[in-house]
Design a protein around this ligand. Sequence first.
Ligand code: SAH
Length: 397
Amino acid sequence: MSAALVPDIAAKPEQPAAANAGAIELLGLTRAEIAARLIEAGEAEKAAKMRANQLWHWIYYRGARDFSVMTTLAKDLRERLSQHFQVGRPGASKDLKSTDGTRKWLLKFADGEEAEAVHIPEEDRGALCVSSQVGCTLTCRFCHTGTMKLVRNLSPAEIVGQVMLARDCLEEWPSPKDGRMLSNIVMMGMGEPLYNFDNVSKALKIVMDNEGISISKRRITLSTAGVVPMIERCGAELDVNLAISLHAVRDDIRDVLVPLNKKYPIAELLAACAKYPGLSNARRITFEYVMLKGINDTPADARELVRLLQGIPAKVNLIPFNPWPGAPYECSSNNTINQFSEIVFNAGYSSPVRTPRGRDIMAACGQLKSASVKRSKADILREQAAKQAALEAEVQA
Ligand code: SAH
């Protein structure tokens, strides 16, 4: 089965429904790829490009999942399409709502792997926090996701599918021009987006496309722990806002908090940031800094941060540490956080303290984790053999 997603899961939240067997998933494909699939399925080459554009409109502007509603296409074509193709969504095995309005979906993909997406509403807008991987390779010490191994990368369909699912649930079809509650995207969910850049890039290009979901690059922020060699490519190819999970101002401390620092130390990271395209006072890099009691939160740390950021159009986002079971750190006190913020602010950088959102449903920064585990090839083969044996036993019974 080539389908990465399962159809119509919002309606059946517990289990991914059986996908249309053998159907090709259209979500996550470029227009040219859609056209190519249409030709493979027997459509005339001449018409394929136009058909792909029409499908794009239905899928990404109107949010249609069922070919039968695509009334600008001839009826017989709609029937043929539904035989060969599908437009899916990730499953949602949980849909939790925080007392503060934050909503978290535990996504379940066609192979049973799970990741999370979080919607954070404000008064008149809202951000969707999107995952790029199931698990993560980075093992950041303060991050819950970091206690999972990387299970796998998400496909473009699975990444763009998170936006589609949220839009379904928020009833934002057809793509509204103004007043959207899903107005911004932050690539700050599970995983390191720059370690799955090809798929993230493909998905974000779809999200930004003017004739579809149409969320502009100025409303998209990609957060990285600092995969230095990919930062330039991210700027050149996507030109979205960049956020850096800095969290420490000395390499010896950052080596522990964000082990990726051993590969790409602070100086190299900041040099790459300084070269990010299009930076200006109106367009700054966000430096995220998690406040950990007794670890990285002294006034001296704040002054060193200011020194390091010199010359980079920057803003600082102070994140009160969000606890999770077994976490080895505590959050700095409010006083300490405010003092830190003031030093950075007085040096000319905006330094808001991020209000924790969705802590009661474990949806706040760094609290995301799913039960997916990395299985070895041998495990997978054993599971398949067991399933096969159970099936045979059933047939014989
Ligand atoms: N891998 C990317 C994307 C994840 S973004 C990155 O590191 O930027 C998730 C953000 O939440 C990162 O800034 C991360 O450092 C932060 N975070 C992780 N655990 C946290 C916690 N327990 N409390 C507060 N913030 C945390």
